[in-house]
Each structure stands twice: as structure tokens, then as C-alpha cells.
Design a protein around this ligand. Structure first.
Ligand code: HMG
Ligand code: MG
Length: 303
């Protein structure tokens, strides 16, 4: 078995996590969370999104959050943008990365961004072009890569075609989202093998939600194939407003613990990360949705 020596973790909690919260999370809490995540050593943080406030009210404060954040040396902040209007807001906010987001399911695409997959890709062309001109990096998401809440099974070839198109329009990295967390390890491997025939494997990222408790196993299976970029969410926050029943992304704490055990470098200090997860979970009135966090906090209490 061979694994990457180092893995890049993209922390998506402040966006993918908080976008799904019923209660309003204050700007101050979001800023404090992002600062704590940076202190834990997370060098890539998705801080919010510039989308319709009617569709995703929790992200309406993204500009304010970014304006209030102090400079975080060595940290790349990213935001989701669905169109040119979102890009303009992103550029004004000073982020150094944006993410456009497509889907491998037509019905999900319609529900999520109100257009077909082909229309979304067309819409992203000028967005990516202008972002590149401004010198910022672009990620491209593909949702529903291992199943869709509306259409059920999704063929890997469909995912591969969207990934190929996102790479062709200039996305630096393609993040493959198991939006509803239904995938299992061998299925995830087959998916990566299919996508890697259309887009370079070193430009793929794993974005696995943990609804069915498969996310760590899926990541392990795909790391063996040479993928070395993983999206995760502190305290397992989140879900997706357009994917009923989906739970959060795999918890960053769980990913870091597993990678530490495998001798794979992440640059993340697990103890500081546990504090960040504890902080946001308390603010949300719950316990972290991370087995590692719960175990380590119990150890701390005992000590
Ligand atoms: P639309 O209705 O087709 O577009 O929505 P529109 O251009 O007619 O605009 C509608 C309203 O939104 C207008 O406001 C616009 O000004 C405003 P109104 O006149 O009604 O007051 N608007 C914007 N506001 C702020 N920023 C913008 C923007 N664009 C338009 N950039 C649209 C199309 C894409 C805008 C809408 O459907 C939308 O915002 N959807 C939200 C999608 C979203 O954020 N989903 C969650 C993230 S995706 C995800 O979680 C999956 C992922 O994690 C991977 C995975 O897990 O699989 C990435
Ligand atoms: Mg997601």
C-alpha cells in the first residue's frame, strides 16, 4: 500500500457547515471560528459564499465576515460563487480563491442553482476567466458524485464528464462531492478511477459527507490511488440545503487523527483543532459530531 506523504486539507466548516444551520450564527462567531481554524494550522479555509441570500440566508454575512477577519498569514481563504455577480463580490472581498459549483445530476443542478448542468458550465466560463485574470485560484465542485437525493444512482462516467469540463475551463482543482454521503469505499475507488481517465488525479479532491458513516473508509480507499486533497468540516458541521437528510462533511478532527496515525502530514495541530470544534459546537448548542473530538475531550476531563 502506498499513500501520499502529505495531504492538503480544505476546511469547509465555515461554509458547507454553517450554511445549513437553522439558527443565525453571528459574524463575530464566524470570525472567531476562522481565526481558531487558522491557528490550528489549516492553510485552506472556505470562509463563505456569495450566493442569493434568499436561497442560503446563513451565508448573507460573508462580505462582513471577510472584512472583519484580521490578516491570516499563510492561509488561503476561499468562497463559493455561482456567477459573475458572485465573482465581483469575491474580488472586492480580497479572497485568493473562489469555487464554482456544478453537479453530476440534472435535478440537483436545477434545485441548487436553478439551471441545467450545461448552462452552469457555460455560466462558469467567464467567471473562471475573470478570476484567472485577477490572479486567483479556482476550484470546481461536482455534487452528487456517488448518488443524488432526487435521481438516486449516478454513473461515474457522468461525473467524469463534468470533471473533465471543469478542468477544461481552467479549474485548478476539482472537488468531488458525495453530497448525501451514500458512497462506499469500492464505489468511491471506481469513481476516482473513472474521473482520473478524464482529469489529472493530482487535481482531484475528495469532498465526502458522512451521512452513512462511510467517509473515512472512502477517503482511505481513494488515498491509495494517489489523491492528496481532502475537504472536511470541523466538528462535522453541516449538510446541504438542497440535499434533504444529508449530514455534515467528514469531521476534520477524524481525518487528521487518521492521517496522523498513518504518518501522513497535514500541518494541523489536533489539540488546537479540537478547541475550535468545541468552540463552534458550544455556540450552536451541541456536542461536536466527531468521535475523535468526543474521545479527546473525555480524556482531557479525566486528566
Ligand atoms: P436565480 O434565481 O436563477 O438567479 O438563482 P438570478 O440571477 O435571477 O438571481 C436571483 C436573486 O439572487 C436576485 O436577487 C439576485 O440579485 C440574487 P433578488 O432580485 O431576487 O433580490 N443573486 C445573488 N446574490 C448574491 N450573490 C450572488 C447572486 N446571484 C444572484 N452571486 C443562484 C441562481 C445561483 C443565484 C441561486 O440559485 C443561488 O444562490 N443558489 C444557492 C446555491 C447554494 O449556495 N447552494 C449550497 C452550496 S452547494 C453545496 O453545498 C454542495 C457542495 O458542498 C459540494 C457537495 O457537497 O456536493 C459545494
Ligand atoms: Mg458539501
Amino acid at each position: 500500500m502506498s499513500f501520499p506523504r502529505r495531504v492538503r486539507i480544505v476546511e469547509v466548516g465555515p461554509r458547507d457547515g454553517l450554511q445549513n444551520e437553522a439558527a443565525t450564527v453571528s459574524v463575530e462567531t464566524k470570525v472567531a471560528l476562522i481565526e481558531m481554524l487558522a491557528k490550528a494550522g489549516l492553510a485552506n479555509i472556505e470562509a463563505g459564499s456569495f450566493v442569493s441570500a434568499k436561497c442560503v440566508p446563513q451565508m448573507a454575512s460573508t462580505a462582513e465576515v471577510l472584512a472583519k477577519l484580521p490578516s491570516l498569514p499563510g492561509v488561503r481563504l476561499s468562497v463559493l460563487v455561482p456567477n459573475l455577480h458572485g465573482l465581483e463580490l469575491a474580488l472586492a472581498s480580497g479572497v485568493t480563491e473562489i469555487a464554482v459549483f456544478a453537479a453530476a445530476s440534472e435535478t440537483f443542478s436545477q434545485n441548487n442553482i436553478n439551471c441545467s448542468i450545461a448552462e452552469s458550465l457555460e455560466r462558469f466560463v467567464p467567471v473562471v476567466e475573470k478570476a484567472k485574470q485577477a490572479g486567483i485560484t479556482v476550484r470546481g465542485y461536482v455534487s452528487c458524485v456517488l448518488g443524488c437525493p432526487y435521481e438516486g444512482e449516478i454513473a461515474p462516467t457522468k461525473v467524469a464528464a463534468v470533471a473533465r469540463d471543469l478542468a477544461a475551463i481552467g479549474c485548478n482543482e476539482i472537488s468531488l462531492g458525495d453530497t448525501i454521503g451514500v458512497g462506499t469505499p469500492l464505489q468511491a475507488r471506481k469513481l476516482i478511477e473513472a474521473v482520473a481517465r478524464e482529469a489529472p488525479i493530482d487535481r482531484l479532491a475528495l469532498h465526502f459527507h458522512d451521512t452513512y458513516g462511510q467517509a473515512l473508509a472512502n477517503i482511505f480507499a481513494c488515498l491509495e490511488l494517489g489523491v492528496s486533497s481532502i475537504d472536511s468540516s470541523v466538528a462535522g458541521l453541516g449538510g446541504c440545503p438542497y440535499a434533504p437528510g444529508a449530514s455534515g462533511n467528514v469531521a476534520t478532527e477524524d481525518v487528521v487523527y487518521m492521517l496522523n496515525g498513518m504518518g501522513v502530514e497535514t500541518g494541523v495541530d489536533l489539540a488546537v483543532l479540537i478547541d475550535a470544534g468545541d468552540f463552534i459546537s458550544r455556540r450552536l448548542g451541541r456536542t461536536p459530531d466527531s468521535r475523535v473530538s468526543r474521545a479527546m475531550m473525555a480524556q482531557r476531563k479525566k486528566a
